[in-house]
Design a binder for this molecule. Structure first.
Ligand code: 5AD
Ligand code: SF4
Length: 444
């Protein structure tokens, strides 16, 4: 029997990339690869890159430089660059780093095995097309290490990719392309497969997931219909989705938060800024008042829902007054959790052409925003103390005898528990709140 070849995948960025990496591992399984957790003895290294953060491409070039000694030691080592940096840079990657063997964009992963087989043939292996054929039709299911390999209790499932919104700061519409939804039947089949492997929670992924409009029996289904259908799978206990645009929160999706018990009371709904002037400059296509009204309607459907968001400070043209509007919006919403970033220009996006806010000012605004957001996060966490919450146990915790899981509101919760309880939902009494987690004990 031939020794399996070893594949090391380094994943950057969002959950979508985590999902894609799993798919690529499965796809390359057909080429005789098994995954390894170190690049040192790998036969192939694949960087699954993200372009959303600052200097993303530079970081990838520097990481590739670090693999130089490995390539020198083992000239057969194959090196591939996938993901959004691959999409944005294309051939340039091989020009700047000739030791890279192949470059593959997010819509072309199903061609990866074929490309891998051609390494060494002299052909330029760069595929950043947005092909008409559906990559999901060609990629094997995740968890392909043997039939019915068990999976962790919580899994991602990509239902939609790309984005047509063109926010003026964002590269996603360029790197991931136009918005595409997978057909309902494909998603249900994948969900059933996941559940048969021990998954009890599915997080539906998409760059603009609530724009989902998948085909079902000749009609188009929205995300709410998809969620209701998935909820019929008995052993599936929890459904989440991320990330959403406010303008795609349809009435039936809002209502689903009140109607569907399996849909978790947590919603990541980025607003980015609280000033109408900046929202307009960002091309977000809604006002702060419209967003607040939407939040109000969501809370009417599900009063205890935990809200989460993304913020950008120091967008071109943002004055102190505009920034104050962002703080005010946060005070009104009181997010349970939020992510905040300093604006940084992405080449090729409209905002990159505009005059940037002073760097020190950006840092100062970010610090003030984060102080407020973390105050709200702490208040929300503390409001859980003394309550008994259902927690899905996912993995061993840091301390011996401890397990860690998630509350319905996506808090990390740790408690003493037997490892055999992994994948079960226990009733946990919250004892105290820590910085980024809750400590609890199992009751009953
Ligand atoms: N600068 C700063 N933050 C950005 N994001 C996206 N593009 C940029 C940028 N150019 C943030 C947004 C988005 C999150 C995923 O990353 O807040 O919601
Ligand atoms: Fe980027 Fe999200 Fe705006 Fe789409 S909706 S352009 S993914 S920030």
């Amino acid at each position: 029997m031939t020794e399996p070849k070893k594949l090391f995948v380094k994943t950057y960025g969002c959950q979508m990339n985590v999902y894609d990496s799993e798919r690529m591992v499965s796809a390359l399984g057909g080429q005789g690869y098994v995954e390894t957790d170190t690049p040192d003895d790998a036969d192939m290294i694949l960087l699954n890159t993200c372009h959303i953060r600052e200097k993303a491409a530079e970081k990838i070039y520097s990481q590739l430089g670090q693999y130089r000694p490995l390539k020198n030691k083992k000239p057969d080592l194959k090196i591939g660059v996938a993901g959004c940096v691959a999409q944005a840079e294309g051939e340039e990657i091989i020009k700047r780093q000739p030791m890279v063997d192949l470059v593959v964009g997010p819509q072309a992963y199903h061609r990866l095995p074929e490309m891998e087989a051609k390494v060494g043939s002299g052909e330029l292996l760069v595929d950043t097309e947005f092909p008409i054929e559906d990559k999901f039709d060609h990629l094997p299911k995740t968890g392909g290490r043997g039939p019915k390999a068990r999976r962790a209790p919580s899994a991602f499932l990509t239902v939609q990719e790309g984005c047509d919104k063109f926010c003026h700061f964002c590269v996603v519409p360029y790197t991931r392309g136009a918005e595409v939804s997978r057909p309902v039947s494909q998603i249900i089949a994948e969900a059933e497969d996941l559940v048969s492997r021990g998954v009890v929670e599915i997080n539906l992924l998409g760059q603009n997931v609530n724009a989902y409009h998948g085909e079902h029996g000749g009609k188009e289904w929205g995300l709410a219909q998809l969620i209701h259908e998935l909820a019929k799978i008995d052993e599936l206990k929890r459904i989440r989705f991320t990330t959403s645009h406010p303008n795609d929160m349809s009435e039936d999706l809002i209502a689903a938060h009140g109607e569907c018990e399996k849909l978790m009371p947590y919603l990541h709904l980025p607003v980015q800024a609280g000033s109408d002037k900046i929202l307009k400059a960002m091309n977000r296509k809604h006002t702060a008042a419209e967003y607040l009204d939407l939040i109000e309607r969501i809370r009417q459907a599900r009063p205890d829902i935990a809200l989460s968001g993304d913020f950008i400070v120091g967008f071109p043209g943002e004055s102190e007054e505009d920034f104050q509007d962002t703080l005010e919006l946060c005070r009104q919403v009181r997010y349970g959790q939020a992510f905040s970033f300093k604006y940084s220009p992405r080449p090729g996006t409209p905002a990159a052409e505009r005059a940037d806010v002073d760097e020190a000012e950006k840092s100062d605004r970010l610090a003030r925003l984060q102080a407020l957001l973390s105050e709200h996060q702490m208040d929300f966490q503390k409001s859980m103390v003394g309550k008994t919450l259902p927690v899905l146990l996912e993995k061993p915790g840091r301390m011996d005898g401890q397990m860690i899981g998630k509350s319905e509101f996506l808090h990390a919760v740790h408690m003493d528990a037997d490892p055999s309880l992994v994948g079960t939902i226990v009733q946990a009494k919250i004892l105290h709140s820590e910085r980024n987690s809750l400590a609890a004990e199992i009751v009953g």
